[in-house]
Design a protein around this ligand. Structure first.
Ligand code: 9PG
Length: 446
């Protein structure tokens, strides 16, 4: 790493802001004496942080973006990737005797920002410049969603979706898209083979459309689960180490995960056929998840960087689903996704509990979800529509009033993810309000 800036600070008041790699990576500001959030297990480091870096908690570390507020009233320093959609250098900051010393392992620019609004203001101005430089159009208005995940998780059944589809009518909820999440498919990678709990998936999506709603689906298109038929049938589709071992893309669903090589013609044909099949079923909303896998370092069919492989994979999906379909990224490298998606999950998952079970804020919890939703507000309306994660408003959700207030202020995409028969009066009223209220076009730093 080379030093790129040395900033005199008030050590008692200075703040260093870290940008994490992907949707679930903790992103926030820290006082100099604070320990930044780091993974507490290897599978989380790979699956929720940047797989190729492992900074300790004794340094601050941003992936492609880091900002320093000196705390003495002086300007904010933003250190950022020169080409955030091409090369995302790691940026390290250390406190040394009344100074913050910043170093990077690739091309960055150092911007001194004396405008209003502190770090959020400076990041918003940086994002405006990036969006302007790339000529990004304003993001399209997002549809409202009902999502199966946060009530039913992987145990969702076709009957659960049908029941909620009916309740949307009975309750007259203004939901545009019914999005079936993880659980409809046989395995991670076997997207067109139904799980035992779904008997007629195309029929279900047709019923959604027949009721006047749009059909949405979840996939993890660049993952191959160790148990999948796809991994067994096509071992040549996986990203590998130089010694030929498939690269680990983490572990979830009680199995090892591998990354698909999006430059391999077989993978490209497969993804095209999966997403064209979905288009034929009338699906026009896609939550593509765990997409960090496509960018994982390793050996591919074509000699491209992980970020190039990732972008070409997402572009291929966009071509297959059509320009009109709505595309939501999740588990997605943030800066490399600029210009590719309509909306982006900017946080780890919401959960009924306020604290993450394992103590790692990249894991499901209200605290982790809110942390990122606030600090990534600057991205909303500039790079895409921010998805702060779904509204969960049923009784039993800890501090549900706080979560609803967070979504009201920072979302972006508005989705409900309760079993609609689980809502009490407050939950129903709040869900309706959050689905109806106008969404701020973009975040403005106060
Ligand atoms: C479906 C879910 C939902 C959810 C997504 C994603 O192992 N992990 O660290 C891990 C992180 C996030 C996660 C699952 C596992 O949730 O964010 O909305 O779609 O997948 O499986």
């Amino acid at each position: 790493m080379d030093d790129v800036a040395e900033i005199p600070v008030d050590p008692a008041r200075a703040v260093v802001h870290e940008q994490g790699w992907q949707s679930w990576s903790p992103s926030t500001g820290y006082a100099l004496g604070e320990q930044p959030h780091r993974p507490n297990a290897e599978k989380r480091r790979i699956g929720c942080y940047r797989p190729e870096t492992a900074p300790g908690a004794d340094v601050f570390w941003g992936e492609g973006l880091l900002a320093v507020d000196p705390g003495d009233g002086g300007p904010v320093t933003v250190v950022a990737a020169v080409e955030p959609t091409g090369t995302v250098p790691s940026i390290r900051a250390r406190a040394v005797d009344g100074r913050v010393v910043v170093a990077a392992d690739g091309p960055v620019r150092v911007v001194t920002d004396a405008g209003a609004g502190g770090v959020p203001g400076a990041l918003a101005r940086w994002a405006d410049e990036v969006a302007g430089g790339l000529g990004l159009p304003a993001p399209r208005p997002a549809p409202t969603i009902w999502c199966s995940w946060y009530q039913y998780f992987t145990k969702v059944t076709e009957a659960d979706v049908d029941r909620n589809l009916g309740l949307l009518d009975t309750l007259e909820l203004p939901v545009d898209v019914v999005q079936v999440d993880d659980g409809y498919q046989a395995e991670i990678g076997d997207w067109l083979i139904p799980s035992g709990r779904f008997s007629d998936t195309p029929g279900l999506f047709k019923r959604i459309a027949d009721r006047g709603r749009r059909a949405g689906i979840w996939t993890a298109p660049f993952l191959a689960g160790a148990r999948s038929r796809m991994a067994a049938d096509h071992p040549d589709w996986l990203v590998r180490d130089t010694d030929g071992t498939p690269v680990s893309a983490g572990n979830n669903w009680d199995q090892d995960l591998y990354a698909l090589d999006t430059t391999h013609p077989g993978v490209r044909d497969y993804l095209r056929s999966v997403f064209s099949t979905f288009a034929g079923w009338g699906i026009d909303f896609h939550k593509i998840d765990f997409v960090y896998a496509a960018a994982i370092p390793g050996v591919r069919h074509e000699d491209v960087t992980g970020i190039e492989a990732y972008r070409s994979g997402v572009r291929l999906i966009r071509e297959a689903i059509g320009a009109q379909a709505y595309l939501l990224g999740c588990g997605a490298p943030q800066l490399p996704s600029i210009g590719l998606v309509d909306a982006m999950r900017v946080s780890p998952d919401i959960a009924p509990s306020h604290e993450p079970e394992s103590g790692d804020v990249s894991q499901p919890s209200q605290r982790g979800a809110a942390l990122n939703g606030v600090s990534r507000a600057f991205q909303h309306g500039r790079f895409w529509v921010n998805d702060p994660d779904c509204v969960v408003a049923r009784p039993g959700v800890e501090r549900r009033e706080e979560w609803a207030a967070h979504v009201a202020e920072f979302g972006g995409l508005r989705g409900s993810s309760d079993g609609l028969d689980q809502l009490d009066d407050w939950g129903l009223k709040t869900t309706r309000r959050l689905l109806t209220d106008p969404v701020p076009r973009h975040f403005v730093a106060s």
